[in-house]
Design a protein. Structure first.
Length: 167
């Protein structure tokens, strides 16, 4: 399970239940590398540092704005989503490029432009197919889940009147 800590930035009570908006910080590992000053990726990471993402989630527990929550997503779901979004269009594009090349060579047509165009069209159509697949199936499996509401660090201190006895 990949876990992340987020902060509740908004709470809405609706007829269907309570929904919370959670903000998380986008983190980069470039800050720990010894070559970060000479690396283009490190420069981009510094330029995009301190970015925050926000998402809405249903929550049955009592939460307040500013309270931290723990989010999680299963590694298998993250891997499956990555395969759908990245690998499927790439594999589709390579297969279509190969088939288009073979078909064009059978008809003695030389057209590298047709191969590129058909490959890009296949990749675009596979992206649309992935989008429809995720919309038709349970999107919840690809979204993070609320694992825990962390206790608030704000503690209420009761004032007690104490008489100081002096010797």
């Amino acid at each position: 399970m990949i876990e992340e800590i987020g902060t509740v930035i908004e709470v809405q009570k609706r007829q269907s239940g309570q929904f919370i908006r959670i903000a998380t910080e986008v983190k980069s590992t470039c800050g720990s590398c010894h070559a970060k000053d000479n690396c283009g990726t490190g420069v981009i990471a510094r330029a995009l540092a301190n970015k925050r993402d926000a998402l809405w989630m249903a929550c049955d527990e009592k939460v307040e704005v500013g309270q931290d929550v723990k989010l999680g997503i299963a590694e298998s779901m993250l891997l499956r989503a990555s395969m759908l979004v990245y690998m499927l269009p790439l594999i589709t594009m390579l297969i279509v490029a190969t088939v288009t090349t073979l078909l064009l060579s059978n008809y003695a047509i030389e057209g590298e432009g047709w191969v590129i165009l058909s490959s890009l069209l296949a990749a675009f159509l596979s992206f649309l197919g992935v989008k429809r697949y995720i919309a038709a199936h349970s999107r919840e499996q690809f979204e993070p889940h609320l694992l825990a509401v962390l206790p608030s660090l704000k503690t209420q201190v009761d004032c007690i009147d104490v008489n100081i006895i002096q010797p």
